[in-house]
Design a protein around this ligand. Structure first.
Ligand code: ZN
Length: 323
């Protein structure tokens, strides 16, 4: 088993070296050597187990113990952007995990829970881990988008980026993008996609540029896990979202349903392609009084089984000749 795994590592490295080598060469006459090679030697990259958190999960009896369990099991926290970079450089840790925390906002009139997000960040940092924050740039309160930004909050989260945390856009208004069948809403136009996605990513980039940071926003966390037609065949990101992402630096669209099957190396190395990845919510226990609370042990077990499914897929991959 150990031998097989280490051979697998060697063969992946060999393939990636070849793949990135090909990438640096221009496509000649429409023939893309990487795509051809990937077609001959299908090599996939497992999506790290990914956990979706909200401010209500900032519970002392849940988050710190969960982080401790993940650490003890040998997981390494990565972010979408750092994971992509690791894939490119062939240095993905053996047990990567992505923690994401939704619904933070730096808008002045919103996000009463801002200090709760800061607490979650502290716990994660104290555990030697990292996470992705999904930013709602203009949250709607009582029907009004909160546009004015709190510059002090932006100063704070800019510091989090220096510590390795990632900012994703979680859209401008946090709309539900889905019709009943999980396909696109019929009332959404290109203007809506632009307002929700392009403007939100650009606002984050502008606020960070004001603070001396060139920070292309790479990840879009979809509100309510919408924007991905998981009930339809084939499942796919809504076309309007892909088109809007094409006007930004976004390369990852993050939802909830599906999105756990391995991605092709090609799609991850190709910066022009938007890829979809899913997440797990925490496990919740409902007490006799009806109050539910996140439960670390079961959440950990779910994340571990996602990781083990990855390993099972990796074991099935064709063996390549070591270089
Ligand atoms: Zn949300």
């Amino acid at each position: 088993m150990t031998t097989a795994l280490s051979q697998q590592t060697v063969s992946r490295r060999g393939f990636l070296k070849a793949a990135t080598g090909f990438l640096t060469h221009a496509t000649v006459g429409g023939f893309n050597p990487l795509r051809e090679r990937a077609a001959i030697l299908p090599q996939d990259v497992a999506i790290p187990p990914s956990l979706m958190l909200h401010s209500q999960d900032a519970q002392l009896a849940f988050l710190p113990p969960l982080l401790e369990q993940l650490n003890q099991a040998g997981f390494t926290a990565v972010t979408y952007r750092s994971w992509q970079q690791m894939v490119r450089e062939n240095r993905v840790p053996a047990k990567p995990i992505i923690l994401s925390i939704d619904d933070i906002s730096m808008a002045k009139g919103a996000c009463a829970a801002f200090s709760t997000f800061a607490q979650m960040k502290e716990w994660i940092r104290a555990a030697g881990m990292t996470a992705v924050f999904g930013v709602i740039t203009e949250p709607v309160i009582n029907g009004s988008p909160q546009r004015e930004q709190d510059e002090a909050r932006w100063d704070i989260v800019r510091g989090w980026l220096d510590e390795g945390f990632e900012l994703a856009t979680h859209t401008s208004y946090h709309s539900n993008f889905n019709a009943m069948d999980s396909g696109p809403r019929s009332d959404f136009t290109a203007v809506d996609y632009e307002a929700e996605i392009v403007r939100s990513a650009q606002l984050i980039e502008a606020k960070l540029a004001e603070r001396g940071l060139n920070y292309p926003v790479r990840s879009l966390i979809m509100p309510y896990g919408s924007g991905y037609s998981y009930k339809l065949t084939p499942s796919q990101i809504h076309a309007g979202i892909s088109a809007a992402c094409g006007k930004t630096n976004i390369e990852f669209v993050i939802g909830i349903a599906q999105g756990r099957k391995p991605l092709s190396i090609y799609s991850l190395l190709n910066g022009h392609e938007v890829v979809y990845v899913g997440r797990l919510p925490p496990a919740y226990l409902v007490a006799a009084d009806g109050k539910s609370s996140p439960y670390a042990d079961l959440t950990f077990a779910w994340l571990l089984s996602w990781h083990e499914e990855n390993d099972a897929v990796a074991a099935k991959q064709p063996m390549l000749l070591p270089q």
